[in-house]
Ligand binder design. Sequence first.
Ligand code: UD1
Ligand code: UDP
Length: 366
Amino acid sequence: MNSSQLAIVLGTRPEIVKLAPIIRECRERDVPHTVVHTGQHYSPQLTEVFFDKLGLPAPDHTLGVGSETHGQQTGNMIAGVEEILLDAEPETVLVQGDTNTTLAGTIAASKLDAELGHVEAGLRSDDRGMPEEINRIICDHTADRLFAPTPAAAENLRAEGIPSDRISVTGNTVVDALQRHRTLAADQSTALDDYEVTPGEYGLVTVHRAENVDDRERFADVLTGIDRVAREFDMEMIYPVHPRARKVLSDLTVPDSIRVVEPLDYLEFLRLESDAGLILTDSGGVQEEACVLGVPCVTLRKNTERPETIAAGANRLGGVTPTRILDASRDMVKADTGWDNPFGDGDAASRILDTSAAVATREVVQ
Ligand code: UD1
Ligand code: UDP
């Protein structure tokens, strides 16, 4: 194995989307790299289809850990990632975001002789009830290099005592991905025809967070809120359902205004996002994408670790009750959509690679 190389650990849909620009940049710069997929997500609609639509080769390693309790899943991933890293001896390991895969990659890499970089560092919801918040904190306090997407994220890290020389503000790779795929989505996706919707006249919904969908009553309230918005604005709601939500949804009555569909591939989803009149979501990535694409968003949560979207005027917290969801939607449908994008210029992947030891060393040697 080449000792001056990068290992990229991923395992869920959003990590594939947000690490794709870095993998592509490695390929373009000829940086030796290895991609490890933990198998946290394994349904083809959440995995293969993303490598395919994002134009990425299959991962070099796939662990196939699957779904388990948090501890079992994370433990299995740590053991599997460690074995691969011990063999590959990378100089730098990159993890992204806040999933159990991110946590496992962090723990495995931190005990080895490799620099650990956390992409999308410094986000905080200040809600320790979310497994993602615990994962973020552990990863940020373990990593050697913190790639904060915004100045506010960097400030969160400094406020927790993380030394400034470990932190770089890079922008969010979500913008890199959007810039590359937005036109492709507009040219190639037939989603508007397939779903027989007119730009600006439909809503796009995603609800998958454990705290929303694992609680039946709360999930039912959120669906009632979305239905009220649909009726008030005469907007059909398209809801591509994440498998976690699908398990619970079959026991609930879904209002007629909400069209439940299978999870979409990135290009189809991007097309529907770009042309939606309103986006209602509890997804982190979708809040960012809506903001960058200039589409009004209501977040179906009581908090967000993406406050930049709210400050920009692109997003409003809708909470999880029908009344609040409707109130927030009333505000957002009439919002002026000319806000500034707070997530960077689309060069985040390049900046992240420039500050990674694997690349820096290689460029000195050449
Ligand atoms: C995980 C992340 C979450 C992220 C989401 C992205 C954690 C703690 N949570 O949540 O932050 O927003 O990914 O989509 O890491 N399932 C399938 N097929 C799959 C994967 C999951 O059917 O390919 C079902 C299983 O029933 C599983 C459930 O979804 O039990 C939850 O999957 P899991 O990976 O535990 O968490 P996510 O909800 O996907
Ligand atoms: N996404 C997609 N198809 C879908 C739903 C989401 O391609 O049916 C993409 C979306 O564009 C974004 C990412 O998946 O890039 C967000 O993933 P998710 O909501 O699962 O995770 P989160 O961002 O909340 O961690």
